[in-house]
Design a protein around this ligand. Structure first.
Ligand code: AMP
Length: 209
């Protein structure tokens, strides 16, 4: 099963993807995570991407599409993928269709996790993540990861100015994909402003998992 998770930054795509991976064994591909790792390792991609990421802007399509072409061909994707944060533009969506067609894999659904923007601003400004295991929590978790004991930190782009810019970018560049996937009869909309476990139950139900 191959799924695109759609939704604004902070809608809970990463949290839902982590639950799907744990229970269903699908391969989670988050372009944001790959880019953050590249920035940390100061690779050529990371150096090119950092400025865009810090400003809350999108990294150029050609870099992202090259990254995804390589990632989606790796053996761990054969059972199915959950794409989190990709595609983010119409160009990326068309490129994804081509990649999947070449691999002879269908896209089964585009799940839109829908959350009001003001709720997202509050969520993202208090979001904290674990440096060690990637757990996504909040400031309420304190400095130590409740899952693995690792150090919790705040992403550089989780400040109010950058968050609002990321939401503007989402509105302009990514939200048109909702219509794109609706037109392909693949769109499923889920209310994401609830307890993550309830959101997850709905996602599993609509995907027939
Ligand atoms: P995320 O973790 O998905 O919120 O992504 C963090 C940042 O990485 C975004 O604000 C963008 O700068 C960049 N990024 C992640 N995925 C993409 C993508 N598919 N296209 C362009 N930029 C991306």
């Amino acid at each position: 099963m191959n799924i695109v998770l759609l939704g604004a930054p902070g809608a809970g795509k990463g949290t839902q993807a982590a639950m799907l991976v744990e229970e269903c064994g699908l391969c989670h591909i988050s372009t944001g995570d790959i880019l953050r790792q590249a920035v940390k390792n100061q690779t050529e991609l990371g150096i090119k991407a950092k400025g865009f990421m810090d400003a809350g802007e999108l990294v150029p399509d050609d870099l992202i599409i090259d990254l995804m072409k390589e990632r989606i061909q790796q053996p761990d994707t054969a059972k199915g993928v959950i794409l989190d944060g990709f595609p983010r533009t119409a160009t990326q969506a068309v490129a994804l269709d081509t990649m999947l067609a070449e691999l002879d894999r269908p896209l089964n659904a585009a799940v839109l996790v829908d959350v009001d923007f003001e709720v997202i601003v509050g969520r993202l400004c208090s979001r904290r993540m674990c440096k060690q295991c990637g757990y996504i929590g909040s400031v309420a978790d304190g400095p130590v990861c409740p899952k693995c004991g690792g150090e919790m930190y705040q992403r550089d782009d989780d400040n109010e100015t950058t968050v609002r810019n990321r939401l503007n970018v989402y509105e302009k560049s990514t939200s048109p994909l909702i219509d794109y996937y609706r037109g392909c009869n693949l769109l499923v909309k889920i209310d994401g402003d609830r307890d993550p476990r309830d959101v997850y139950t709905d996602i599993k139900e609509v995907l027939g998992l």
